[in-house]
Design a protein around this ligand. Sequence first.
Ligand code: PLP
Length: 396
Amino acid sequence: PLSLAERAGLIEPSATLAMGAEARKLKAQGLEILDFALGEPDFDTPANIQDAAVRAMREGKTHYTPPAGVPELREAVAKVYTDQHGVKTDPAQVVVSNGAKQAIHNALMAVCGPGDEVVIPAPYWVSYSDLVKLTGAKPVVVPAPESAGFKMTPEQFLGAVTPRTKLLMINSPSNPTGVVYERSELAALADAVLTTDVGVLSDEIYEQLTYGDAKPTCFAGLRPELPARTITISGVSKTYAMTGWRIGWSVAPAAVSKFIGDLQSQETSNPGSVSQYAALEAITGPQDSVAAMKVQFARRRRYVLDRVEKLPGVTCLPPGGAFYAFMNVASHFGRTLGGKEVVDSTSFCLAALSRANVALVMGSAFGAEGYARMSFATDLATLEKGFDALERFLAS
Ligand code: PLP
């Protein structure tokens, strides 16, 4: 029989995708599932982007591209960082990948290996720890509790650093908490980093989705020394409702990007050519559809916060960005809800799914027990039904 490599033991299937699959199974049985598990906009990809893709196909742009992406797209991404983020960026520093997820995987493969440590503040996006483990490096998880606004302090970072620390992974706006670090907070973290030899992977995929006073910060732009030790990750999936097109990128020092391109040339050759031209239109074309989607997200966020306030025993730190409410549900642990014993975030979410037909993701998947993540990338009518169902469930 064919036995699996040792590596297989390092990987857990993505919990968000797993909850989504569980929800789909119930849907297939004919149940109406109120699905708040998946992290993707419910909007269609804007028409100008779809049209650019069709045009690319008709023009025969359906062949292999250079492994790191078509030059026009790499140039357009470099221009965004140079002009909008104030970080002078050469197209050679940009590698376009199959979604931000592959960009993160490639970046970690480029700089981490056995014996290295990677500092990850928790709550963190589900994939970080597994992607680090895949390289042979060790994730060092630093809890950033709700009482600290789910933010890691410079002291905590310095306390976690050892001679083996290779990288700090940060994500602002954050999935799952929606937390957006203030510019001054990130600058303080940056100054702490600069007293060490540690590099930074800054995942800025939600950079354009912020609400109210919250402002995104491009980490590499905070100090002149940072671009030489930072890998910035972003992409079109969330901002332009393009999750299925699979386009993300890394911006890194040229030597790192050269390796990432070479790695990708052996891994996947290149991201889909048509998708690359769609992404080019996304970032260089009209931006009004982004503004329109943001208005909807802001409205839903307000609705979610109003309803959470009325949910017994549930609280939520208002998210400054992204499209998630990270609800503190710990006060319900030890209760029986809908006839199911609830002892932790997993049993809470499984009970909510089977008894209230509401799909959430357990906080434990994000390295934080006591929480359930609700995505509000869903229409208001579904959110309303979801909260009605949760109210009944929590009162059961
Ligand atoms: N980074 C974070 C924090 C995310 O939440 C996600 C998607 O859920 C990604 C990266 C991956 O994005 P993509 O779909 O472009 O691979």
